[in-house]
Ligand binder design. Structure first.
Ligand SMILES: NC(=O)C1=CN([C@@H]2O[C@H](COP(=O)(O)OP(=O)(O)OC[C@H]3O[C@@H](n4cnc5c(N)ncnc54)[C@H](OP(=O)(O)O)[C@@H]3O)[C@@H](O)[C@H]2O)C=CC1
Ligand SMILES: CC[C@](O)(C(C)=O)C(=O)O
Ligand SMILES: [Mg+2]
Ligand SMILES: [Mg+2]
Length: 336
């Protein structure tokens, strides 16, 4: 069944303009939401701990900054945009004691509700507004008069208008300019985790590195391998993004098309798909969530893996190559 899609005309901005909104966290998503809500005429407070590194940034942007507890107490709508693994403790310590009947608890990702790490009281609305893109892109698109598509979901609706308020919030951060799809916490969480693990982040990074290593181990120059396996990938992905996979096949040479059609399935094959299914099962049965919550305490394996990625030869080659092509470099910056 196709998802329902909402655009600007389906959302009433006045609903969120009539609420006090606390955005807890001022990181990738938090800065984008709070600045765009403010620019859309919403009364916003950012919730950050007293010693938070993000405080100066939020204050310099002219935002009202309170502690998470004070922001939760002040607000009608509390959007939780701190890392997934700290949300349950923040909820227990600072949000739950300050919730009143009729308040709304919003999320940018369904992890803590899907895996029962947070259980809100029955008289509190629970919804999700999840932009389908990194926070800095969410803000950049909003400033440019555009938007990143988003998902909305409602888990609890004692007030009866939670979907309308969530759509209003999505409009205030630019989501309805691009289109907002209706989903559930379960569907958003499971598909988001699967996408980032198997395809977008994990799958793509391993595909790039395996291709690079194959060429370098065969004696080809790392610079040539970088061009073929990483740099040109953006140009190919842009074509797929703009017009689908068929658009890419249409545009590349027939040599590339025939070679890709015959060799691609040997790289991503039945074994790959079987592994993808195992990854999806670990997401669905909670194995991954349990592992990640336990790992997030000390992060020993996580830090080791991060270091291995940073030390890979492709990063050194890539830095050298990008220095020769300053036009491809774009720092992740905050758009005021
Ligand atoms: N990154 C993205 O683009 C996307 C994220 N999401 C979801 O959005 C949510 C936020 O993710 P993201 O923006 O990446 O998060 P970030 O890692 O960027 O959040 C960092 C912010 O959270 C604050 N913070 C960390 N711990 C606490 C705490 N215990 N109490 C209060 N504030 C705290 C940090 O403060 P300090 O500076 O002091 O450390 C900082 O302001 C997650 O649910 C994520 O899954 C959804 C779609 C995309
Ligand atoms: C693809 C990664 C993501 O799910 C996202 C930006 O959508 C995330 O969790 O950061
Ligand atoms: Mg995602
Ligand atoms: Mg994600």
């Amino acid at each position: 069944m196709s998802a329902e899609v909402f655009y600007d005309d389906d959302a009433d901005l006045a609903l969120i303009q009539g609420k006090k909104v606390a955005v807890l966290g001022y990181g990738s998503q938090g800065h984008a939401h709070s600045l765009s809500l403010r620019d859309s005429g919403v009364d916003v407070a950012v919730g950050l701990q007293e010693g938070s590194k993000s405080r100066p940034k939020a204050e310099e942007a002219g935002l009202k900054v309170l502690t998470p507890a004070a922001a939760a107490e002040w607000a009608d709508v509390i959007m939780i945009l701190v890392p997934d693994t700290v949300q349950a403790k923040l909820y227990a310590d600072e949000i739950a004691p300050n919730l009143s009947a009729g308040n709304s608890l919003f999320f940018g990702h369904g992890f803590n509700i899907r895996y029962d790490l947070i259980q809100a009281p029955a008289d509190v609305n629970v919804a999700m507004v999840a932009p389908k893109g990194p926070g800095h892109m969410v803000r950049r698109q909003f400033v440019d008069g555009k938007g990143v598509p988003a998902l909305v979901a409602v888990e609890q609706d004692p007030s009866g208008d939670t979907q309308a308020v969530a759509l209003s919030y999505a409009k205030a951060i630019g989501g309805t300019r691009a289109g907002v799809l209706k989903t559930t916490f379960k569907e958003e969480t499971e598909t988001d985790l699967f996408g980032e693990q198997a395809v977008l982040c994990g799958g793509a990074a391993e595909l790039i590195k395996a291709g690079f290593e194959t060429l370098v181990e065969a004696g080809y120059a790392p610079e040539a391998a970088y061009f073929e396996c990483l740099h040109e990938l953006k140009l190919i992905v842009d074509m797929i993004y703009e017009g689908g996979i068929a658009n890419m096949w249409y545009s590349v040479s027939d040599t590339a098309e025939y070679g890709g059609l015959t060799r691609g399935p040997r790289v991503v094959n039945a074994d790959t798909k079987a592994e993808m299914k195992r990854i999806l099962t670990e997401i669905q049965d909670g194995t991954f969530a349990k592992e990640w919550v336990a790992e997030s305490e000390k992060r020993e394996n996580y830090k080791k893996l991060q270091q291995e990625q940073a030390d890979h030869q492709i990063e050194e080659t890539g830095k050298k190559m990008r220095d020769l092509m300053p036009w491809v470099q774009r720092e992740i910056t905050e758009t005021a």
